[in-house]
Design a protein around this ligand. Structure first.
Ligand code: GRG
Length: 297
């Protein structure tokens, strides 16, 4: 756990460099949009999802160079979701990652297009065989399927839609569990699984990674809810205390802050236990699980 920050920093820089290489404007006409895309993509995100892909790949003994394009694409999908989530018709946020949100700077129409461009660019990168020379086509199709499923109606979009639809209504634990595991958990779980898939994981290993991904995915959103209660605009880089004012149901609101903290700890413990069959090669995954609930933003 001691050196997880330096591992995260090192991997963050590698991913940022890789992503920058994909953001070259095809022509002068598309330059204004690429400025808006870069604004959000390089606004200082933690890169936790692509790092999970790399760490899962390491756990099964793969070479991280193979996974960098796919990991970059995963971060693009995540950034798209944040840009759209901040829109006036969604969460209506003015700040994200410590900066004005995309639509506040470039306008709503451009922010929608930034999200669309990032989502489609992600799949363009993953399906480009000249970029992914070391990944066989069948494996690429598996990755595309994993991501389409996790980021779409069956995952992130489904959860986001429910989250919006139940606003201002009290919900039960099962519904909240569905929203958190879909809206946030699906992409996190897919990020881990994709690392395993790219590293040619055995079925048993992939099952263990799936369980790990599921547990940390939920823990991640509970931690996010807790940070919303305890953090400040300065420390988090976005408005805090919003969940309660909008009567959006969260774990701290439904169970109380202390119980939510107990639950995230249990999830992390279970996540780490699901890696029992792995040796030291999964230590980074174990450390990331702890980091997820100790982070301050
Ligand atoms: C398609 C119109 C349209 C909208 C999509 C899918 C969606 C809107 C939003 C996704 C839901 C969402 C934003 C979930 C919250 C997940 C979450 C905790 C985000 C913050 O992730 P971090 O902490 O952020 O990893 P950084 O900034 O570090 O990348």
């Amino acid at each position: 756990m001691a050196n997880i920050e330096s591992y995260l920093n090192e991997k963050r820089q590698i991913i940022d460099k890789k992503m920058a290489g994909y953001l070259v404007s095809p022509d002068k006409y598309s330059e204004p949009l690429s400025e808006a895309i870069s604004y959000s993509l390089f606004a200082g995100g933690k890169r936790i999802r692509p790092i999970l892909t790399l760490a899962a790949l390491e756990a099964v003994g793969g070479d991280i160079e193979t996974a960098l394009p796919v990991a970059s694409a995963i971060e693009m999908i995540h950034t798209y979701s944040l840009v759209h989530d901040d829109l006036p018709s969604m969460d209506n946020d003015d700040y994200r990652r410590g900066k004005l949100t995309n639509h506040k700077v470039f306008g709503e129409a451009i922010a929608i297009l930034v999200g669309d461009a990032l989502l489609t660019l992600a799949f363009t990168i993953i399906s480009d065989s000249s970029i992914n020379k070391r990944i066989d086509p069948e494996r690429s199709i598996s990755v595309i399927h994993e991501l389409g499923y996790a980021a779409g109606w069956m995952g992130m979009i489904g959860g986001q839609a429910s989250d919006i639809q139940i606003k201002n209504r009290k919900i039960d634990e099962d519904t909240l569990h569905y929203i958190h595991t879909s809206k946030t958990g699906s992409l996190i779980k897919a990020s881990v699984r994709i690392g395993g898939i790219l590293g040619n994981a055995a079925e048993e290993q992939l099952n263990d990674l799936s369980l790990y991904g599921e547990k940390i995915g939920l823990a991640f959103q509970i931690a996010d809810d807790i940070i919303d209660v305890e953090g400040s605009m300065e420390s988090v880089g976005k408005a805090t205390g919003k969940d309660e004012t909008k009567e959006k149901w969260t774990y701290p609101l439904l169970f109380g802050l202390e119980e939510a903290k107990r639950m995230e700890k249990i999830l992390v413990k279970d996540a780490i236990s699901s890696l029992d069959r792995f040796d030291k090669s999964a230590d980074k995954l174990r450390d990331i699980a702890q980091y997820i609930i100790t982070r301050k933003k």
